[in-house]
Design a protein around this ligand. Structure first.
Ligand SMILES: Nc1nc2c(c(=O)[nH]1)N[C@H]1C(S)=C(S)[C@@H](COP(=O)(O)O)O[C@H]1N2
Ligand SMILES: [Mo]
Length: 279
């Protein structure tokens, strides 16, 4: 005979008592607490690791050699490398031969053009005996007189001349477009090199220039200011006017011009200024 199931003797497993709202809140709080602890731990660990890495990088930078004095002074070598990489990157991105520096009407040009500095102009100098010396790739040196340069078509520009010291002045220059100079004197092979260097006859002031800036359509070998022959303190008989660069690169009294794939020496870069000094 079957015994009937006695619900009293075989009770269903007891259901856990329903949680009170207080209990639920407490459990959720505990869970949240654990989560916050975990995240804080991760954040702190990450922060410490980054701090250690930053300190390591800083020590590395401080211990890295300075740039070779007399080439480009000042910065630690890795910083200069980064600067040079940046410069190249932006040059490639933005440099465009067709981009011209802003020009102004002649009436806006200063009548009294400021004379700034005179490195390389202090040595006794006879402008009548001057010839421009151009070093070719072959080693041959061209000797060019001011009359040969003046005989070629003249170009003029009125632009805002800017000095790194913080002044600027609208000024009016006349001379031979540099790219015409290259054409006329058969320097096409030289113009394929990366850099152009210029020095005063006494070699006391000198600049290095990237070829695209030298070949820029507004760059000229100037022999006039305000329609008159250059005075000695502005660089007679021939100076560089390179509007895409700061004043420091606009060498007065050019003695020699050379071309190379290595950066030519540069007076202000040796003292820690930016080699490119572009505008
Ligand atoms: N030979 C030579 N050229 C030079 C300089 C110099 O000291 N010596 N100074 C440069 C600087 S810093 C500037 S701002 C301009 C100033 O040109 P300016 O005197 O005709 O105004 O020339 C540049 N060319
Ligand atoms: Mo300058």
């Amino acid at each position: 005979m079957e015994t009937p199931i006695d619900p009293e003797q075989n009770p269903e497993p007891e259901k856990p008592a329903a949680k009170t709202p207080e209990q639920i809140a407490k459990e959720q709080d505990a869970l949240l607490d654990a989560q916050i602890k975990r995240r804080s731990f991760i954040a702190f660990g990450t922060f410490t690791a980054l701090g250690v890495a930053a300190y390591g990088s800083w020590r590395w930078l401080l211990k890295s050699p300075d740039e070779v004095a007399g080439v480009t002074a000042g910065a630690h070598a890795p910083l200069r490398r980064a600067l040079n990489k940046n410069e190249l990157f932006f040059r490639k991105l933005f440099y465009n031969e067709k981009h011209l520096v802003r020009t102004y009407p002649k009436e806006m040009a200063a009548k009294n053009v400021r004379v700034n500095s005179d490195e390389g102009l202090k040595t006794k100098f006879d402008p009548a005996a001057w010839v421009l010396q151009v070093k070719k790739k072959s080693g041959e040196v061209l000797k060019i007189t001011i009359d040969e340069i003046r005989a070629l078509p003249k170009t003029e520009i009125v632009f805002d001349f800017k000095c790194v010291e913080g002044w600027d002045q609208i000024s009016h220059w006349g001379g031979l477009k540099f790219s015409d100079f290259i054409e006329h004197f058969g320097l096409q092979e030289e113009a394929k090199l990366e850099y152009c260097g210029m020095e005063t006859p006494d070699k006391q002031y000198y600049v290095g220039l990237d070829m695209p800036s030298v070949m820029h359509p507004q760059t000229m070998l100037a022999y006039e200011v305000n329609d008159k022959p250059l005075p000695l303190d502005h660089g007679a008989p021939l100076r560089l006017i390179i509007p895409v660069k700061y004043g420091i690169k606009n060498l007065k009294r050019i003695g020699t011009i050379n071309f190379s794939d290595q950066r030519p020496r540069d007076y202000w870069a040796e003292l820690g200024y930016d080699y490119y000094s572009g505008l």
